[in-house]
Design a protein around this ligand. Sequence first.
Ligand SMILES: Nc1ncnc2c1ncn2[C@@H]1O[C@H](COP(=O)(O)OP(=O)(O)O)[C@@H](O)[C@H]1O
Ligand SMILES: CC(C)(COP(=O)(O)O)[C@@H](O)C(=O)NCCC(=O)O
Ligand SMILES: [K+]
Length: 255
Amino acid sequence: MPIFARSKTISIVNLIVDIGNTIAKVALFDGETMVNVIYDSNQSLDCLESICIEHPVEQGIVATVIDLNECVSERLRKLPIPLLWLDKDTPLPVINLYETPDTLGYDRMAAVVAAHEQFPDRNILVIDAGTCITYEFIDSEGQYHGGNISLGLQMRFKALHQFTGRLPLVDPQGRSLDLGKDTETAIRAGVKKGIEYEISGYITAMKHKYPELLVFLTGGDDFSFDTNVKSVIFADRFLVLKGLNRILNYNNGRI
Ligand SMILES: Nc1ncnc2c1ncn2[C@@H]1O[C@H](COP(=O)(O)OP(=O)(O)O)[C@@H](O)[C@H]1O
Ligand SMILES: CC(C)(COP(=O)(O)O)[C@@H](O)C(=O)NCCC(=O)O
Ligand SMILES: [K+]
């Protein structure tokens, strides 16, 4: 049973549902302010009913990057509030230049919407480190150009184990070196340093092209960086949720 953080009496308006490949995030927003977030299974989403009983939710938005099973679909359908299903036809507060809007993962769009709302006149790189690591670029005119999709942290450990004969499945936590000294540290360094250098490489290359570039880092996985990269990063774990909330408010009255 999910635990709700007790807070001051609030006039909850928005339910935000972000269904990723690993986990679902369900948040409550009072206007622009996130007042609660719950991590739930993307196969059951059993927190939904209690949320709408415990809080005066008036409307919601759903973004999913997976096909929903019948249980989750039914739970969403049964909610006593109007739901905006984010897809290629949803009006957005930015310009979508992605050439295949029908295959775009709208978690990626939500992340850049939130970053652009905070810094509307800047060129921004958004890095979302979750199941996959995605790199999104939105320019100072509010045009989302797209970006790149790479393997996430867990995916890299699983791939090294699954697609080789003898490599073990290594845990991200544990002895971490720059250069491995045994099988476990070799794999852990290969994955974690590989991600760090990949991210640093993107930032260096993009900043060369856009000297005033801003960088956001979001997603469920945390990374340690060397200082010269860390200094230019805004870390915001809830960027996608904030972007979904912005898109929902942008569509007020149209749901
Ligand atoms: N409660 C959690 N359950 C599952 N994974 C988690 C959790 N908290 C952090 N993580 C880490 O976050 C990653 C998922 O990040 P997130 O961006 O939330 O997922 P998604 O890709 O499903 O949107 C996982 O790879 C895992 O390493
Ligand atoms: C790239 C993603 C898998 C990232 O999903 P996540 O890591 O958040 O689970 C998702 O955005 C997706 O399924 N995208 C579809 C392909 C595209 O965006 O072009
Ligand atoms: K995500």
